[in-house]
Design a binder for this molecule. Structure first.
Ligand code: PLP
Length: 366
């Protein structure tokens, strides 16, 4: 007899009655782009205040029905995660640090007054989807299956309080190499808008943070830049994040600095992984505040040699030029730096099974 906990987490499998045709899928997998195509299945798990998490299902990918009064549509109780599954050279499938995503998902849930999902259930859900859609791995070099777990408040109630019903969903999207021929150095715009304030939701991965970043991002694009740089809300002086990515600064003396996790910065798993890899490379890694003025001075004097942003989607993105209200400056030669390339190569080699994993980061799916 299965225990109550086990029967609750026993996934029901409802295979898609009409999956995407082989020829169409092959075309997508040869040139997947990012975030526009989705696999045949999705995972859903329901939560209610009297039953807890229940009814885990791997079913056909498709629209979900929501009551128009569902709290997520009014008060934005929504959180998400982003992680990738890779097909290794030996044919096995693996996730990268899904335990870290599960832990962060729960940290976000606590901040948004949502129920936590047991880590094993989060990881099992992603594994179930990868197994169901194992024929959806891109065939292009640098490809992966991007997984998007998220949770929404579904209770039909307009009063302002945490909802009493939620849906956890995982969808998957085949992803190409974010930048086709290696990462070019990007040009960034220093925004006058802020992304996160002390005491706010900056450290939670919630859709609301992204909604607030769209106008500043559009402004950066309109000014001819690739990304938007956010400074801190209180002093508008300290560097925080680049769009949806964390930042690193490399100096001629062998130090590597990244802004500390003070509550307004999203604790990136790529960030954490790179800190560890950089220390192994002998760099002196510091989690310290760094100001825009100091950055400009250090870039001018040549003390700062490289800067890059990092996150799951694009992995590592070199920064070439910084522009803002007070003019612009160039980092190094304005192109991708050596250290940036080296750290990116090491991380992607571990993720893709090209280098042994001595950190316990690679989670094989059996
Ligand atoms: C997800 C995210 C990151 C990067 O986190 P990873 O775990 O490295 O993908 C950085 N900043 C923001 C705002 C994010 O939402």
């Amino acid at each position: 007899m299965a225990t109550l906990a086990e029967s609750r987490t026993q996934f029901t499998h409802l295979p898609h009655p009409a999956p995407v045709a082989d020829s169409v899928r092959a075309e997508i997998l040869a040139n997947p782009g990012f975030g526009a195509c989705f696999t045949d299945h999705m995972v859903t798990i329901e939560w209610s205040d009297n039953a807890g998490w229940h009814s885990p299902t791997v079913g056909p990918y498709g629209p979900i029905t929501l009551d128009p009064a569902a709290s997520v549509l009014h008060y934005a109780q929504e959180i998400f995660e982003g992680l990738k599954a890779y097909r290794h050279p030996d044919g096995t499938l693996a996730l990268f640090r899904p335990d870290a995503n599960a832990a962060r998902f729960n940290a976000s849930a606590r901040r948004l007054a949502m129920p936590e999902l047991p880590s094993e259930l989060f990881i099992t859900a992603t594994e179930e989807l990868v197994r169901a859609d194992a024929n959806w791995f891109p065939t292009v070099e640098g490809g992966s299956l991007y997984l998007r777990p998220f949770m929404i408040a579904t209770e039909a109630f307009l009063g302002v309080r945490p909802a009493k019903a939620y849906k956890f969903i995982v969808i998957a999207s085949p992803a190409g190499n974010y930048f086709k021929s290696g990462a070019p150095a990007v040009s960034i715009w220093v925004s006058d808008y802020t992304r996160a304030a002390p005491g706010g939701t900056g450290a939670a991965k919630c859709g609301g943070n992204y909604a607030a970043s769209l106008v500043p991002t559009a402004e950066a694009f309109a000014k001819g830049h690739d990304q938007v740089l956010f400074l801190d809300a209180a002093e508008h002086n300290w560097i925080e994040e680049l769009g949806g990515m964390n930042l690193f600064f490399a100096f001629a003396d062998g130090t590597l600095t990244t802004p500390p996790l003070t509550g307004t910065i999203l604790p990136g798993i790529t960030r954490d992984s790179l800190i560890q890899l950089a220390r192994e490379e002998g760099l002196d890694v510091r989690e310290e505040r760094y100001s825009l003025d100091q950055w400009r001075d250090d870039a001018g004097s040549g003390q700062l040699i490289e800067a890059f942003a990092c996150g799951t989607a694009a992995v590592v993105t070199p920064i070439g030029k910084v522009a803002g209200r007070d003019g612009e400056f160039t980092i190094g030669s304005g192109g991708p730096g050596q250290l940036t390339g080296k750290l990116k190569a090491r991380l992607t080699a571990i993720q893709r099974g090209g280098e042994p994993d001595s950190h316990g980061w690679v989670h094989h799916i059996t």
